[in-house]
Design a protein around this ligand. Sequence first.
Ligand SMILES: [Zn+2]
Length: 570
Amino acid sequence: MLMRLGSLCLTTLVLTAASSNLAADIESGCQRADLLLHNGIIYTADAGNSEHQALVINDGRFVFVGTDELAEQLWCDAERVIDLKGATVFPGFTDSHQHLEGVGRRTKTLSLFGIDSLDKTVAAMEQWAADVPPGGWVLGRGWIEREWQGERRFLTRWDVDRFTESKPLFMPRADGVSALVNTKALNMAGITRDTPDPEGGRFERDDRGELTGYVLGQAMAPFRAILPSETDAYITDNLLRGMRSNAALGWTSTHDAGMSWRQLRLLQDLRSRGLMAHRVYVAIPIADAAPLLERGPEQSDDGWIDLRGIKVFIDGTLGSRGAALLEPYADANHRGFMNRTTKEALMPVLKQALRAGIQIMTHVIGDRALRETLDWYLEAQAAVPKSEWQQTTLRWRLEHAQVIPPSDQRRIKDMSVVLSMQPSHAIGDLNFAGDRLGQERLSYAYPWRPLIDQGISIIAGSDAPVEAGDPRIEFYAAITRARLDGSSGVGWHPEYAVDRLDALRMLTTWPAFASFQEAERGSIEVGKQADLSIFDTDFMTAHPSEILAAKTVMTIVDGRVVYQAGDITE
Ligand SMILES: [Zn+2]
């Protein structure tokens, strides 16, 4: 009831704002605009999530939101009119954690995501390798043994040597922190059974001490170092493909959780050539962050590229038992690892970030990594007088944050930390998280609902190419907390799923806030930048399985159509 009242008030406000020139317009006849969309179901995600039928865009911004009748009457001189035929319109969706170049690269290498057995995975590699010329690299990623039917084990070089004798093979596992290599690649990299493990990495060996070809962490580096050199054109093409596939799925913006300066320079080239397909908010890895701390945040004139974040890694992942836990794993006698960024390296960066107005985005998965990182955030904030902060609303983030004890939930609220979480991770991880954590800790793993109930903003992301990178899946996972087939398991805590309006906010208004853009986008309101995600299915009312089958009708960024399905009529 409260919602409804809010909605009515806001509708009135919007109409008032939009029709301030009403009398004059009716007298002078039609108003001109770039684009009029009508006959739709428009969810604005404004304060009351008011619903409308039509909207009008001029110069990249919304100039009207309201009824079909008023839209057509006031803006009858619109340059382009699109009949939405009942399609559903949302404020532009943001994927708040992605790796754009990897998303594009994925389209050019073998994807092993979703293949459900060891045999089929190996068969897919064999088929792909057959088309690679001798001496060429067999490249792909995304295999994940724990989601297979039947035999579940790490792949070895003996699985693939048979069909890759003359071709080096490098296939990262889905988590991206380990990989399969074949004998040819081991030879080329000069790795033998006598090679010691590097710090922070391991060449897996069998009982006899033979290399298996499964390599973890820093042990991937020798292979990366000999991959064919990557030209600017190759990377540019990956960025472009990544953006186009994102736009086709309905994303109008992504937050890139770790982009190299080279990738950023190539992205900026694409922008200057008018080839961007969506907005990108960029974080630079901490190792390369010095110039950013020096110069401070930068935004392109047109608001399509924002550079403001520093990406930090603290621990590993739950699946590989690398996440740092307060208490030992339920299925191993250790607490995971916290060796990716030391406190000594981090503290000066945090302090400089306060003075430069830079956002910190820290990968923490286990509760120990999370708790210590919060401590370090506080320690840095106490060490720098507030008068020296570039701004007082820091909006520092924790990326993933999968295990959050209740006391830390309260600290997150008190510290106004933004949580960047991946609904799709949860519905994959919950298949094994109970083994790793035990049932008790599951009561505060991926705890979306309790967090939101405490007033904490969660921004949703996919971590693509780790996950598919599909807004339908993220929305579905957030509202169902179930596998894509609708099933779930013991300890999944279905009560931690969120309601649909919160799911919408996780993809729209909250990411806008997390990227300091809440005044410009995140909701459909007169004056804001016109970013829209339009689908043939109403995510707010459809059965969850129908959301997964929804089709993108159109994606609009800054009033520009960046993706359009074939069957639009004008
Ligand atoms: Zn990531």
